[in-house]
Design a protein around this ligand. Structure first.
Ligand code: C5P
Length: 258
């Protein structure tokens, strides 16, 4: 059984670091409309390899991750299985493919339902963040192993952020209502790491729409902590992000050559 996240760390017995098993769930069922017309985002190529294969490798690169659950577009599970078979992946990692749902939240829930019982740490990683370095993945897992119920990689913001009164039509001027103090804001990435029981409880009880899993844990009243994120863990959302991702891959190839 996993640690009780409601008990303060000082009252817990030391987490059993050797037996806690880690799985990664990768929601990859989005269409990616902001990227422009074409195949579902996760199936688009980066450096000649589909984005979701990069994301799978990024998780499987961590020696702690022994299962990756890929949540495919609802009508694309067979295609995703074929893609996994066609690409070299670490042999020590198991893979499962399940069809996704209408929202990211539903896709993650369907991925969680497919997890065998022996996994008690779960990473949730967007297929749209194909280039996250393994050190970031390992830092998230380590913080969960140390007893945090939920962990997110986070970066300080470069831009000042304004809260606005959203306009009725896109492009119309919007009234600014507040400027939050940038020094206390963070942009969060994935993989987000969780005590499995806590994440399942969150998915069973939180029904309102969220844009990440950690915010569901916040709604349960539990503490979410950050670890340093990485600039290469950016989300591929718009066409310019594809250019950046190709540049990161080209730099890695160059560095690997030496
Ligand atoms: O749309 P957004 O960029 O926030 O999506 C984040 C991740 O959630 C992507 O990897 C996308 O494929 C996934 N997603 C999903 N099922 C949906 C919508 C999004 O798995 N219905």
């Amino acid at each position: 059984m996993s640690d009780d996240p409601l008990t303060p760390p000082s009252q817990k017995s030391a987490p059993d670091r050797t037996t806690r098993r880690t799985a990664a769930v990768i929601p990859a069922a989005g269409r990616g409309v902001r990227l422009g017309p074409g195949a579902p985002k996760a199936l688009r190529a980066l450096g000649g390899t589909p984005m979701l294969i990069h994301a799978v490798r990024a998780m499987a690169d961590s020696r702690a991750v022994s299962l990756v659950v890929l949540v495919a577009p609802p009508d694309g599970a067979a295609e995703v299985k074929t893609l996994l078979d066609a690409h070299a992946l670490p042999e020590r990692t198991d893979f499962l493919v399940v069809p996704g749902g209408d929202s990211r939240q539903e896709s993650v829930r369907l991925g969680l339902e497919a997890l065998p019982p022996e996994y008690d740490i779960v990473l949730v990683h967007d297929a749209a963040r194909p280039l996250v370095p393994v050190d970031t993945v390992d830092a998230v897992i380590e913080a969960v192993r140390e007893g945090a119920p939920a962990v997110v990689p986070a970066l300080p913001l470069a831009d000042t952020v304004k809260q606005v009164e959203p306009a009725a039509a896109p492009g119309d001027p919007e009234a600014v209502v507040a400027t939050p103090d940038r020094s206390v804001l963070r942009a969060v990435q994935t993989p987000q790491g969780f005590d499995r029981a806590v994440l399942q409880r969150a998915h069973a009880t939180v029904t309102e729409h969220v844009t990440d899993d950690a915010s569901m844990i916040e709604q349960l009243g539990l503490t979410v902590v950050t670890v340093p994120g990485h600039e290469e863990a950016f989300k591929v959302t718009r066409p310019l992000d594809l250019v950046l991702a190709e540049a990161v891959l080209a730099r890695r190839r160059l560095n690997d050559g030496f």
